[in-house]
Write a protein that binds this ligand. Structure first.
Ligand SMILES: Cc1cc2nc3c(=O)[nH]c(=O)nc-3n(C[C@H](O)[C@H](O)[C@H](O)COP(=O)(O)OP(=O)(O)OC[C@H]3O[C@@H](n4cnc5c(N)ncnc54)[C@H](O)[C@@H]3O)c2cc1C
Length: 384
């Protein structure tokens, strides 16, 4: 066997897994159905939020492990991947998710500043905060240049010896004695082990192997607005934010400052369910920006009528509980799979890549992945 492990899918998680596997001396084949850094999955674009601010301690712990890995990758890649900006979480006083977030980060000694609405508006005059709001500031909020991260992982994986094949869609996975074979239109590839990191395409790839994952694909849009005074929306003058104003707006509005001239990014966390990743209307529409206007009028009035420079379509893979899936095939231990999504997985992809590499090579990882087991969806699984 000339290949130790095949990584199926070179998005956020797969590119990272290939990098850590190759760095540990494995003979890696990384297969991608499109070109590297294509815009059809979940990891494309100039920004994804990285943060400690989670209402679940497991993710705070994972963020503590992920930050240093991103900095190490940045050093090895010799390019800036992570931009620190500082960030806000705000909502009505006593909002359960704000309380839960404070409790979770406190367990890890993460410093959080509580601002009054007046203090929040003094620091960030772009915002309008009501008197009954809680404003939390956390300085380690940052953005990752997602496309650059994927390309860096792939480039360094190749530098460590990985073979990267683009435009090679895997159409079938066959389990063979002591190994696996994956079939593409260009040919069949064999290896001892397989890691499936196929994002929104994961469920239909694993179902023939008897693993049925309840992943709901969602079409999500995000917009870049042309701010009337762009300098007011640059890192340092404008924070990343996540609004916990659930009772007032359909979804969770969030925003990322304009660090590269693309405009200030705004979006809702969530989108419309679609039948499959191959049946997505890829043409952006005005739906996302139209839905954001009421929130902007209330909280960021200068942006209320700002024109949308660009709108992009992207995919979420949602689990019913919004936690990731990172697990091993129940029968074929040489097959691992991971879908770190539900709209919040990119920040962890380099960490999850390292976990998958260790698990694939050593048969185990030091990290507790019990939250991410696929058997939690027991009702959905039937092993033949
Ligand atoms: C609009 C939007 C905003 C987001 N914001 C954030 C954020 O701020 N912070 C954050 O942490 N997360 C965020 N996320 C979530 C994050 O982007 C995803 O969790 C992450 O990108 C998932 O990575 P992945 O590797 O699982 O999927 P992908 O990157 O989609 O990778 C899967 C890859 O597998 C390939 N593939 C699939 N099937 C096959 C096949 N048969 N053969 C070969 N290749 C195949 C695909 O082409 C793709 O390249 C956001 C997501 C969206 C859509």
């Amino acid at each position: 066997m000339t290949t130790d492990v095949i990584v199926l899918g070179a998005g956020g998680a797969g590119s990272a897994a290939a990098y850590y596997l190759a760095r540990r001396g494995q003979r890696v084949l990384l297969l991608e159905q499109f070109a590297i850094d294509h815009p059809y999955g979940s990891s494309f674009g100039n920004s994804r939020i990285i943060r400690y601010m989670y209402d679940h301690a497991t993710y705070v712990g994972m963020a503590k492990a992920a930050y240093p890995l991103w900095y190490a990758l940045q050093d090895e890649a010799g390019e800036r991947l992570l931009y620190e900006t500082g960030g806000l979480d705000f909502g009505r006083r006593g909002a359960p998710t704000l309380e839960a977030t404070l409790n979770a980060v406190k367990q890890f000694g993460i410093a959080v500043e509580q601002l009054t609405p007046a203090e929040g508006m003094r620091r960030y005059p772009q915002f309008r905060f009501d008197d009954d709001m809680t404003i939390l500031y956390q300085r380690d909020y940052g953005l990752l240049n997602a496309s650059a991260c994927v390309k860096a992982h792939v480039r360094l994986a190749a530098r460590h010896g990985a073979v990267v094949v683009e435009n090679a869609p895997v159409i079938r996975i066959d389990v063979r004695d002591g190994g696996v074979e994956v079939v593409t239109p260009q040919g069949t590839h064999a290896a001892e082990r397989l890691i499936v990191t196929a994002g929104a395409w994961t469920a239909p790839l694993l179902a023939p192997l008897g693993v049925n994952l309840p992943l709901q694909v969602e079409r999500v849009q995000y917009v870049f607005l042309q701010a009337p005074n762009p300098d007011d929306y640059r890192p340092g003058r404008y924070p990343i934010f996540i609004s916990h104003l659930y009772e007032s707006y359909e979804h969770v509005p969030y925003s990322i400052p304009d660090y590269d001239g693309a405009g200030v990014k705004l979006a809702f966390h969530g989108g419309e369910a679609v039948a499959s990743a191959d049946e997505v209307n890829r043409a952006p529409d005005t739906d996302a920006v139209d839905k954001l206007r009421p929130f902007l009028r209330d909280v960021l009035p200068d942006l209320a009528d700002a024109p949308a420079r660009e709108t992009h379509v992207c995919l979420y893979s949602m689990t019913p509980d919004h936690h990731f899936v990172i697990d091993q095939h129940p029968v074929h231990a040489n097959i691992l799979f991971a879908s770190p999504c539900s709209g919040h997985g990119f920040k962890f992809t380099t960490l999850i890549g390292s976990m998958l590499a260790d698990w694939s090579i050593d048969g185990k990882t030091e990290h507790d992945l019990s939250l991410f087991t696929h058997t939690r969806f027991a009702a959905h699984e039937s092993v033949t």
